[in-house]
Write a protein that binds this ligand. Structure first.
Ligand SMILES: Nc1ncnc2c1ncn2[C@@H]1O[C@H](COP(=O)(O)OP(=O)(O)OP(=O)(O)O)[C@@H](O)[C@H]1O
Length: 232
């Protein structure tokens, strides 16, 4: 298996607080991975580090053999926890923006999915409900043909019916050798699509394993395991 991501002793501190501490992970191509952990466990920080938006305090990150930068960004499709898009832009303008900015953007596919979800191209993002805004952004990000998708809480505000459709769409768009890392608190809804999960606990890797192995070993779902490990 080829390693797509190598994290070696990765540490990120903010002041005296360690958001991530000595994280070492080797993540291969061709996997859908759940990045799970309670609030404040370091999930968004890890995404930002992999995407080059934050610099590590110590340790190393390699994406496809390269340190995060212009080259690695070309192969990453990133859905951040908060939007970076101009909310006054219409969906149509956002499609044009993605078309101009990302050579791997499949506009036809994006338009098809928008249509199924009845998202009109002449609506500005600003005027959409929270869930519909999330859908538009996820559709844009998923319509790129990328090697690595980093999705930070992609469907938190999306209603359950649309969630199922979006999950199916994610799986349908997914290419065999791409890797997708999805952070979520909706474990029950999404765990069926994960190959592996990373459990973060207070900035450290508590577990990184195959989903079927974790389920067998603990004789419970990932959702139930999460509730047990992180019981308040
Ligand atoms: N810019 C920052 N300045 C100071 N502290 C930060 C900053 N960003 C993150 N932190 C801290 O780092 C820790 C990890 O935060 P992070 O946002 O990565 O957690 P998370 O797992 O994504 O949480 P959630 O599930 O709530 O989204 C938290 O204690 C947070 O307060």
């Amino acid at each position: 298996m080829t390693a797509l991501i190598e994290l070696k002793n990765l540490t990120k501190t903010f002041g005296r607080k360690a958001a991530l501490s000595q994280v070492s992970l080797t993540i291969p191509e061709g996997k859908i991975i759940g990045l799970l952990g309670p609030n404040g466990s370091g999930k968004s920080t890890l995404f930002k580090l992999m995407n080059g938006l934050l610099r590590p305090t110590s340790g190393e990150i390699l994406i496809n053999g390269l340190a995060p930068g212009m080259e690695s960004k070309k192969i990453i499709s990133y859905l951040p926890e908060r939007t970076y898009l101009n909310e006054w832009m219409k969906i149509r303008d956002l499609l044009a923006f993605f078309r101009d900015f990302y050579p791997d953007f499949d506009e036809v596919k994006a338009k098809e999915i928008l249509k199924v979800l009845s998202l009109e191209e002449n609506h500005p993002l600003k005027t959409l409900s929270k869930g519909n805004k999330e859908k538009v952004q996820l559709i844009l990000v998923m319509s790129r043909k990328s090697k690595l998708y980093l999705l930070d809480e992609p469907i938190g505000g999306v209603d359950p019916a649309a969630r199922d459709f979006i999950l199916k769409t994610i799986l349908g768009n997914y290419m065999e050798d791409s890797t997708m890392i999805i952070s979520t608190h909706l474990i029950h809804d999404i765990e069926q699509i994960f190959d592996d999960v990373i459990l973060l606990k207070e900035g450290e890797v508590y577990a990184y394993d195959r989903v079927d192995h974790l389920r067998e070993e603990n004789e419970k779902s990932i959702d139930a395991l999460f509730r047990e490990v992180f019981k308040c």
